[in-house]
Design a protein around this ligand. Structure first.
Ligand code: 13P
Ligand code: G3H
Ligand code: ZN
Ligand code: ZN
Length: 309
């Protein structure tokens, strides 16, 4: 039981049809819910921390909470920085003991993305830490993307090959139609599987990463709305598309929104049904259980990662 890199889990995932879940963490209950699910499912696990999470919970707390999770469950866990925007934050996380960092240079021109990624790879590798980079831009719901626009925002397979070759990055996040948050599609959901297959063909030994992979299950949106929420028209990536993507080189699947919805729905329900309670454990306990159930469902039914530890 230790903090581990993604090396072994990705090698295994690349060879078979499952993907490793990478779940965003912000506090103790979220961490506990996730690790308990992964432990019961005997699944490989990545806990990821965004810059926002780092600011909210503070680096020292997050580090100690993850260490406690390892101690309590006996799991091997990869601790990953999600969407690091510059060299400095990546360096800080490497120095703090993270085992994986993402440098997200996707907003920069190709050459600048390469330069930035190389700089992080050099530092991280010298410290035994693996690096994820991003090429292509995740589109939002309002982009009713036409084919030529797709070419501009989605990951170009040839560029992906050149990018990996020149940066020496360990894994690559790609854009094939997913986006962050609860509003991913205005019409019917669709992902560019042809593009994914082409990318996987060009760089078969590079584990690919799917950001914005929450499904936004109607059950949880409805539950939020039924208990005072207002999240109309939310829509995510159908679960069978995630399972399919895992068969074509996607080794890491990022999930945050689905955890937020599960937790919020449970807290809303509890507080509305129990208006006189004011002990935070009363609603954070069920919220933690809701996170656990959601993660267990993802690992088992969507990522097919049960027993792959
Ligand atoms: O990609 C993510 C984190 O990097 C999370 O995506 P979702 O918003 O779909 O959960
Ligand atoms: O990709 C982003 C993750 O969902 C984290 O979101 P955040 O920046 O609000 O913590
Ligand atoms: Zn990005
Ligand atoms: Zn992301």
């Amino acid at each position: 039981m230790a903090l581990v890199t993604t090396k072994e889990m990705f090698e295994k995932a690349l060879k078979s049809d499952f993907a490793v879940g990478a779940f965003n963490v912000n506090n103790m209950e979220i961490i506990q819910g996730i690790v308990e699910a992964a432990a019961e499912e005997k699944a490989p696990l990545i806990l990821q921390v965004s810059a926002g999470a780092r600011k909210y919970a503070k680096p020292a707390y997050l580090m100690k909470l993850v260490e406690a999770a390892i101690l309590d469950t006996g799991l091997d866990i990869c601790l990953h920085l999600d969407h690091g925007e510059d060299f400095e934050i990546c360096k800080k996380c490497v120095d703090d003991g993270f085992t994986s960092v993402m440098i997200d240079g996707s907003k920069h021109p190709f050459e600048e993305n390469i330069r930035l990624t190389k700089e992080v790879v050099e530092y991280a590798h010298a410290h035994g830490v693996v690096v994820e980079a991003e090429l292509g831009k995740l589109a939002g719901v309002e982009d009713n993307i036409k084919v030529d626009q797709k070419a501009a925002t989605y990951t170009d397979p040839e560029e992906a090959a050149e990018f990996v070759e020149r940066t020496g990055v360990d894994s690559l996040a790609i854009a094939i139609g997913t986006s962050h948050g609860a509003y991913k599609f205005s019409g019917d959901p669709s992902l560019d599987f042809e593009r994914l297959k082409k990318i996987h063909e060009m760089i078969p030994n590079t584990p690919l990463v799917l950001h914005g992979a929450s499904t936004v299950l109607p059950e949880f949106v409805d539950k939020c709305n039924a208990y005072g929420g207002s999240i109309p028209g939310a829509k995510g990536v159908p679960e069978d598309m995630i399972t399919e993507a895992a068969k074509h080189g996607i080794c890491k699947v990022n999930i945050d929104t689905d955890l937020r919805l599960a937790m919020t729905a449970e807290v809303r329900k509890y507080l509305q049904e129990n208006p006189s309670d004011f002990d935070p454990r009363k609603y954070l306990g069920p919220a933690r259980d809701a996170i656990k159930a959601m993660v267990q469902h993802k690992i088992k039914n969507v990522l097919k990662a049960s027993g792959q530890r």
